[in-house]
Structure formats: structure tokens, C-alpha cells
Design a protein around this ligand. Structure first.
Ligand code: HEM
Ligand code: HEM
Length: 219
């Protein structure tokens, strides 16, 4: 397909929050994994390092992640049409049809992926689920901080309230389990993004850096 024009799809806030999330998830996972099962210990038993350092880095990344996720949710209501909340939850006929066509495509029952300048409807739904998981990671992280800190208004608002719904063990276990769920998502996400870039030749991979996608004349 010959490319005839390019279109600006992902605004700067969408791209910046995407990469802050991706980088902080890597940092949170490495440090979180260490917090859960310290794979190397301090040679000096009087020293609190490296656990103190790992926890500190975990919390710095956690605040960056929290700010980025909340800002992206705000942007779902003020951003361009490709960034809006209705791209994540398919309620219109057009999005429902797009969802079904995508499902048929991924099920090898349709030759072409439906034209979707922004997210496909299936990608949108998968991102809604991943955003809910992000929100759980934030709330449960703050619940753990609330306990570790022995209280605190901000920690309470951030997630201390979860302790009235679930017990501490479950909160911590799910905080850990969702780390793995996020990584399963990431593997599939990068594979599908790459795959769709190759079959559509629309610059999807570079679009999450540049903001632009490329389309042929029949679109
Ligand atoms: C921890 C790692 C990652 C996470 C959690 C993640 C998550 C997400 C999310 C939530 C979106 C939707 C963006 C929005 O509307 O705000 C998205 C879009 C996108 N991401 Fe990632 N991502 C990760 C890593 C990557 C990597 C490494 C690449 C490629 C090198 C990538 C390529 C893309 C592309 C091309 C899109 C737009 C695709 C579309 O139309 O659906 N992502 N990602
Ligand atoms: C994608 C995001 C995150 C991932 C993947 C992640 C991962 C982890 C993991 C694997 C653990 C160890 C759990 C265990 O096995 O016991 C942990 C602990 C913890 N995380 Fe996170 N985390 C994330 C976000 C957050 C956020 C946003 C906060 C909020 C402040 C947070 C605060 C904590 C706290 C307080 C602990 C326990 C530390 C301790 O008691 O020493 N995490 N995290």
C-alpha cells in the first residue's frame, strides 16, 4: 500500500505517560521483586542497604508512576479523539463493529484488520483492563505504605481504605501477582504492536515515539 499522508495521532502527554509508565514498571518490578525475595543481602549485618535503597527506589518510581497514570486518566477527558475514554470502552456502534472485526481478524476469520487510526477496539479494551490493574497496584502500594508507616492521611487516601475491604496478606499477594500479569500483557502488547506494524506498514511502532502514523489513499 502506497503511503499518501501522515496523521498526528498520539499527543505529547500520551507518549510521555506511555514511556514514564513503561520505565517505572521496569524499575518497580526489579525493586519490588527484590523487596519480595531479596536475592542478595548486605555483607554487613548492621547495614540496612540494599533493602533500604531498593525500597527508596521503589517509592520514587511509584510516585512517578502514580502521577503519570492519574494524568493519563485526566487526559482521557481532555485529549484528542484518539486519547479519549471512549477509545478504551467500546460503546458506540462503530467501536463495537471494530471490536468484532478485530476479533475475527485475530481468529483468522477475516483477512484485514479494520482501519483504526488510533487504538483498535480490542487494544482499547486491553488498555482499560491494564489501567484498572495500574490503579490496583497504586492503591495496594499505598495500603502497604499505610501499614509500614503506621498511618498517614495521604497513604489512607492513596490506598489505606483497601484494608477495610481485603486483608493485608491478600493485598500484598495481589500486588505481587499483578506484577506478573502486567509482564504477560507487555509481552503480548509488544508482539502485537510489532506484528500490526509489519502487516499494516503504518509506522505504528515509531508512532509511540513520534506521534504520527502513515496511511494509504483508500483511507
Ligand atoms: C512496561 C511496558 C509497557 C506498558 C505497560 C505499555 C502500555 C501501553 C498502553 C497502556 C498503551 C495505550 C497508550 C495510551 O493510550 O495512553 C500503549 C500503547 C502503545 N505501546 Fe506500549 N507499553 C509498554 C511498552 C511498550 C514498548 C516497549 C513498545 C514498543 C517498542 C510499545 C509500543 C506501543 C505502541 C506502538 C502503542 C500504540 C499502539 C496502539 O495503537 O494500540 N509499548 N502501551
Ligand atoms: C506496576 C507497579 C508496581 C509493581 C510491579 C510493584 C511490585 C512490587 C512487588 C513485586 C513487591 C513485593 C511484594 C512481595 O512479594 O512481598 C512490592 C512491594 C511494595 N510496593 Fe510495589 N509495585 C508497584 C507499584 C507500587 C506503588 C504505586 C506503590 C505505592 C507507593 C508501591 C508500594 C509498595 C510497597 C509499600 C511495598 C512493600 C515494601 C515493604 O514493605 O518493604 N508499589 N511492589
Amino acid at each position: 500500500m502506497a503511503t499518501t499522508h501522515r496523521e498526528y495521532i498520539w499527543e505529547i502527554p500520551v507518549r510521555i505517560t506511555h514511556w514514564i509508565n513503561a520505565i517505572s514498571i521496569v524499575v518497580l518490578s526489579v525493586t519490588g521483586f527484590y523487596i519480595g525475595s531479596p536475592f542478595w543481602d548486605s555483607p554487613n549485618s548492621d547495614s540496612v542497604l540494599p533493602m533500604a535503597l531498593m525500597r527508596f527506589i521503589h517509592f520514587v518510581a511509584a510516585y512517578a508512576f502514580t502521577a503519570s497514570v492519574l494524568f493519563r486518566i485526566y487526559w482521557m477527558f481532555v485529549g484528542n479523539k484518539y486519547a479519549r475514554w471512549n477509545q478504551f470502552i467500546p460503546l458506540s456502534t462503530e467501536r463495537i463493529v471494530n471490536f468484532i472485526q478485530c476479533a475475527l481478524f485475530y481468529g483468522f476469520m477475516r483477512k484485514e484488520i479494520p482501519h483504526s487510526p488510533g487504538h483498535t477496539a480490542i487494544a482499547g479494551v486491553s488498555y482499560s483492563i491494564i489501567f484498572l490493574i495500574f490503579l490496583y497496584e497504586i492503591a495496594s502500594g499505598f495500603a502497604l505504605l499505610y501499614v509500614a508507616n503506621g498511618g498517614g492521611a495521604i497513604y489512607n487516601i492513596g490506598g489505606g481504605w483497601l484494608l477495610r475491604i481485603m486483608d493485608l496478606g491478600t493485598i500484598r499477594m495481589l500486588h505481587h501477582v499483578f506484577m506478573w500479569v502486567i509482564w504477560i500483557f507487555v509481552i503480548i502488547h509488544v508482539y502485537i504492536s510489532w506484528h500490526n506494524d509489519i502487516i499494516e506498514r503504518n509506522g505504528l511502532m515509531s508512532s509511540i515515539f513520534s506521534g504520527y502514523k502513515f496511511f494509504g489513499k483508500h483511507h
